[in-house]
Design a protein around this ligand. Structure first.
Ligand SMILES: CC(C)(COP(=O)(O)OP(=O)(O)OC[C@H]1O[C@@H](n2cnc3c(N)ncnc32)[C@H](O)[C@@H]1OP(=O)(O)O)[C@@H](O)C(=O)NCCC(=O)NCCS
Length: 190
């Protein structure tokens, strides 16, 4: 599979999503450890369903990318901006590293910073927000590290295995973000 170096970080680069990766996404999202953190475990993500979801993302012009390991050029996950609102300059961030061998090695942080860079410096967004389950400590730590702040919570909005968890809302404003990639590529003003 050919990937394209659209946004280049320290450990990974982001390549526009490809329909050819649908089966790999279905496999990863059917894994209970990945699916529970994302809230998609209740869905039947068959190959045709995943292909439909990817096609909808492409048709809706959502900014979704494959996360590619820079060293091996292999797909390890997916991230992007959804529900882009050009009136208020807002979009919703989502990410997963599907290959669990790559967890806790800095790839999630690298990819998140690239998406924020793209959102703020190319799409000219004003704010990027997300939702995360309160039990997802890895994701919450990562989001705080790159500058997301807690904006509130939906109480007991996630029900699983007889337990109730809050859904935490976080956001980051353009002025709170420092570019890691794009600003270095923009020519100085003459
Ligand atoms: C959440 C996720 C994207 C994080 O990506 P990652 O590549 O594993 O995270 P990173 O290695 O960039 O880690 C960022 C920070 O979180 C910490 N961290 C990683 N896993 C952790 C864990 N299980 N518990 C606590 N902290 C953790 C890291 O140590 C790192 O902090 P450090 O720089 O102080 O060491 C990834 O684990 C994943 O895809 N999980 C499943 C899907 C998911 O939860 N998506 C997000 C839904 S909101």
């Amino acid at each position: 599979m050919k990937y394209f170096k659209k946004l280049i970080g320290e450990k990974c680069y982001l390549s526009p999503i490809s329909m050819e990766d649908a089966a790999q996404y279905s496999e990863w999202l059917s894994d209970i450890e990945v699916g529970i953190d994302l809230g998609v475990y209740s869905m039947q993500l068959s190959l045709p369903k995943e292909e439909k979801i990817l096609q909808q993302m492409i048709d809706k012009n959502e900014y979704v990318f494959g996360i590619i390991d820079k060293e091996t050029d292999t797909l390890i996950g997916n991230c992007g901006l959804h529900n882009v609102n050009n009136v208020d300059g807002r979009a919703e961030f989502g990410i997963f590293i599907g290959d669990k061998l790559y967890w806790s090695k800095g790839f999630g942080k690298d990819a998140t910073q690239l998406i924020l860079d793209f959102g703020f410096n190319i799409l000219n967004l004003h704010a990027i927000y997300l939702q995360v389950f309160e039990y997802n400590l890895a994701a919450i730590k990562l989001y705080k590290q790159v500058g997301f702040k807690k904006a509130g919570a939906f109480r007991e909005a996630k029900l699983i295995g007889g337990r109730k968890f809050d859904v935490i809302l976080m956001d980051i404003l353009a002025e709170e973000y420092t570019s890691v990639f794009i600003q270095k590529k923009i020519p100085e003003q003459p």
